[in-house]
Ligand binder design. Structure first.
Ligand code: S3P
Length: 194
């Protein structure tokens, strides 16, 4: 992995009060990737999934990284990748989805707060999150059984709420959640696509 570039303390992605990047956080199954994609399409912005960038950079799946290098290595990769990304955000309007544990790392929270970026917490009842994740059990190393899943969600929930705008996703389509976020941030009707 290459050395991360230093992140300036200047707001990276707001210019003249205009939001230029949006971060989506939340537990596994919250819809961060699908909503992020839909939101980016609606706004005509770039979409980045932080986990996908790690997979691309390392040539390993998230499950392989957990298995071969351990969770601590994966967490370091997340922070490195986030630092890289924050530098790019100065020039490209971007919607970013973070993996479910990224907002649990105090260093990552500090990076995003320094950059004055909006962070949205996508949420749903834990039973629904579990049902949404079941088909993808093989690709998510922390998805072992329902009791562990619920325990981890409960342990994390307060931290997700800290410094974020909470968005309920239950009973809403991906597109409806994306529209809701655009409205919340005053970006509805601002698509840059021709
Ligand atoms: C994790 C969530 C996953 C992935 C990794 C760890 C977590 O991302 O980053 O398996 O700690 O909750 P998704 O939330 O996109 O599944």
């Amino acid at each position: 992995m290459t050395t991360p570039t230093n992140v300036s303390s200047q707001p990276a992605a707001t210019e003249g009060g205009k939001v230029k990047a949006i971060f989506l956080v939340g537990f596994m199954g919250a819809g961060k990737t699908s909503v992020g994609c839909a939101l980016a399409t609606a706004l005509g912005w770039r979409f980045v999934d932080l986990d996908a960038r790690i997979v691309e950079r390392t040539g390993q799946s998230v499950a392989e990284i957990f298995q071969q290098d351990g969770e601590a290595s994966f967490r370091q990769m997340e922070t490195d990748e986030l630092r890289h990304l924050l530098v790019e955000l100065k020039t490209v309007n971007t919607v970013v989805s973070l993996g479910g544990g990224a907002w649990m790392q105090a260093g990552n929270v500090t990076l995003l707060k320094k950059a004055s970026l909006p962070v949205l917490f996508l949420d749903a009842p834990v039973e629904e999150l579990w049902q949404r994740c079941l088909p993808e059990q093989a690709t998510r190393p922390l998805l072992q059984n329902e009791a562990k899943f619920r325990g981890l969600y409960e342990a994390r929930r307060a931290t997700y709420q800290n410094g974020t705008l909470r968005v309920e996703t239950q009973g809403r389509s991906v597109e409806a959640v994306a529209r809701h976020i655009a409205l919340l941030l005053g970006l509805a009707g601002t698509s840059v696509t021709p």
